[in-house]
Design a protein around this ligand. Structure first.
Ligand code: NAI
Length: 256
């Protein structure tokens, strides 16, 4: 197999959570373009159907599945539904939310929603995925979408930053325990990635101030995630597990 061929994903089934927008949608289309069948999962199933169509129009294979990552019954039902199609060997834990308020204003509900989605949700999906892989003797790759805020701080998003720090440690402990089953677990730590949801803010005056604090002086584009995702998902990254890869234009190592 040539080095380039090792990045192909033919014959693999990938599950992407939070696939209805932004990074999740982009990852789904990327994995399909490299030959994987893609199970797109999110609460908003109607929005997934149009992405399934877009993937099919480009010759890819995809199906939509309802999933609320905060709910164990929903997670189990999603894997049961997907199992008729196969066992996912690639899982992208991408679903995530944030609540922006000062630490004095964050409520218990804010905390619960963010931690349940970003941390408990990743744990529920990753462990259920691993159980299916082990039962079917499938080697696999679990990729958790953390954030540079799992390692650094900014104002106003304490539960989010704490949840992402938890995802980083979850990634490393799962990598340790699952290595014997040939299941790899890694995390990607994006910096600011331009998506439909934040484009307006990132182009505003405040966004411009933020950009100037990034050593590379640029926000990331969705396509900047392609290399890291394909490396971790494919045979090219066969020996990589327990790693955390920042994709941030050196934001994480910016000068204090
Ligand atoms: P987004 O808001 O466009 O996508 C989040 C997705 O998660 C949506 O499809 C939403 O429906 C889904 N979701 C939320 N709660 C869910 C639940 N309970 N069950 C199932 N799906 C649920 O946001 P974006 O920017 O694409 O973010 C994706 C991931 O990347 C998140 O984990 C986020 O924290 C992370 N990230 C994003 C960065 C950025 O600059 N866009 C930077 C660093 C990390």
């Amino acid at each position: 197999m040539s080095p380039a061929e090792r990045f192909r994903l033919d014959g693999q089934l990938a599950l992407v959570t939070g696939a209805s927008s932004g990074i999740g949608r982009h990852c789904s289309e990327l994995l399909a373009s490299m030959g994987a069948k893609v199970a797109l999962a999110s609460r908003r199933i109607d929005q997934l159907e149009s992405i399934v169509k877009a993937i099919e129009q480009k010759g890819g294979l995809a199906k939509a599945f309802p999933l609320d990552v905060t709910n164990i019954e929903s997670v189990k039902a999603c894997f049961d539904a997907i199992s008729e199609w196969g066992t996912p060997s690639i899982v992208i834990n991408n679903a995530g939310i944030s609540v922006t308020k000062s630490i004095l204003e964050q409520t218990e509900t804010d905390w619960d929603q963010v931690i349940d989605t970003n941390l408990k949700g990743v744990w529920l999906v990753a462990t259920e995925a691993a159980r299916h892989m082990v039962a079917s003797k499938t080697s696999g790759s679990i990729i958790n979408m953390a954030s540079i805020l799992g390692e650094r701080q900014i104002n106003g998003v304490a539960p989010y930053a704490i949840s992402k720090a938890g995802v980083i440690q979850l990634t490393k402990t799962m990598a340790l325990e699952l290595a014997r089953y040939q299941i790899r677990v890694n995390a990607i730590l994006p910096g600011y990635v331009v998506t439909d949801l934040n484009r307006e803010f990132l182009q505003s005056e405040l966004g411009e101030k933020l950009r100037l604090r990034i050593p590379s002086r640029r926000f990331s584009e969705l396509s900047d995630l392609d290399g890291p995702i394909l490396l971790l998902a494919s045979d090219a990254g066969k020996a990589i597990s327990g790693s955390t890869i920042p994709v941030d234009g050196a934001h994480l190592v910016s000068s204090l």
